[in-house]
Design a protein around this ligand. Structure first.
Ligand code: NAP
Length: 259
């Protein structure tokens, strides 16, 4: 299926690994040119080169911290135009809520709520003028079902979710959509790192922890990042113009609610 995106330009942040990389790769397979960012220049250069070699699209790699104003400026300046915006960055650290200071909370809000809001503000009016725009925030299943040791993530991402719900309705009339994708458990460095920390905290062998987690997922496995990337590409497609203001959970059935 051709998603109708050839020649569009996308910014994807947090794009050198994991879910961000998968979104970038899936968009590139649809002929979307990319401005990619993440902090570690070498990993970003490798990932960008791989996407370019696989798909032949134009890829501009900007090593930057998207959580900073300076980083966002660099990325925005590099994009000839922004038709698609995929907001993503690392999540806040796990831990007991008692141990987090006000500064920890401010950092989580800056990174996982205010930074995507700034990126949306900077790009949405161009999308409105051109009558095409697709914005996807990578948030977390924790927005629907908070995870006990991820209180910073639960809180900051819920703030972003409320914001996007309101804005999505203001821009829908211009063929600009705004949705959140909520990953459950996907096999990435982030998941492996969180699980290693949890295994130590619970005094369990890592493999035992993983096998217990998998038993709670009806699909019987962790998600594969490419599955997430293709869902993102569809939400960004020409055919998804009537899907907006949604929070799409991709979790192998782990969340048991009907809505
Ligand atoms: P990952 O494998 O750790 O990849 C994170 C990517 O973001 C890397 O490319 C990283 O590169 C980049 N990045 C991190 N901080 C950044 C920053 N400040 N500015 C620019 N780039 C940054 O993580 P992931 O599993 O793909 O997770 C992506 C998002 O989904 C995270 O917010 C995570 O919390 C959320 N999530 C993931 C899962 C899961 O199961 N994987 C579940 C729920 C939610 P550098 O470090 O070089 O910058």
């Amino acid at each position: 299926m051709d998603l109708g995106l050839k020649g569009k330009w996308a910014i994807v942040s947090g794009a050198s690994k994991g879910l961000g990389y998968a979104c970038a790769h899936a968009l590139a397979q649809e002929g979307v040119n990319l401005v990619l960012t993440s902090r570690t220049a070498a990993t970003l250069a490798e990932s960008s080169a791989r996407i370019k070699a696989d798909t032949g699209v134009q890829v501009i790699a900007i090593p930057a911290d998207i959580k900073t104003e300076q980083g966002r400026k660099l990325v925005l300046a590099a994009a000839p135009q922004v038709d698609i915006l995929v907001n993503n960055a690392g999540g806040p650290p796990p831990g007991d809520f008692r141990d987090f200071s006000r500064d920890d909370w401010i950092a989580a809000l800056e990174g996982n709520m205010l930074s995507p809001i700034e990126m949306i503000k900077a790009t949405v009016d161009g999308m409105i003028e051109r009558k095409f725009g697709r914005i996807v925030n990578i948030t977390s299943a924790a927005v629907k079902a908070p995870v006990d040791n991820l209180c910073l993530s639960n809180g900051a991402r819920s703030g972003l979710t409320g914001f996007t719900g309101g804005v999505a309705r203001q821009i829908a009339g211009h063929n600009v959509t705004l949705n959140n994708l909520l990953p459950g458990k996907f096999e990435t460095d982030r998941l492996r790192g969180n699980n290693a920390q949890r295994a130590t905290a619970e005094n369990l062998p890592y493999e035992e922890l993983v096998s217990r987690q998998i038993k709670t997922i009806p699909a019987g496995r962790f998600g594969i990042p490419a599955e997430f990337g293709h869902a993102c590409a569809f939400l960004c497609s020409a055919y998804a113009g009537y899907i907006t203001g949604q929070n799409l959970l991709i979790d192998g059935g782990a969340y048991a609610g009907t809505l």
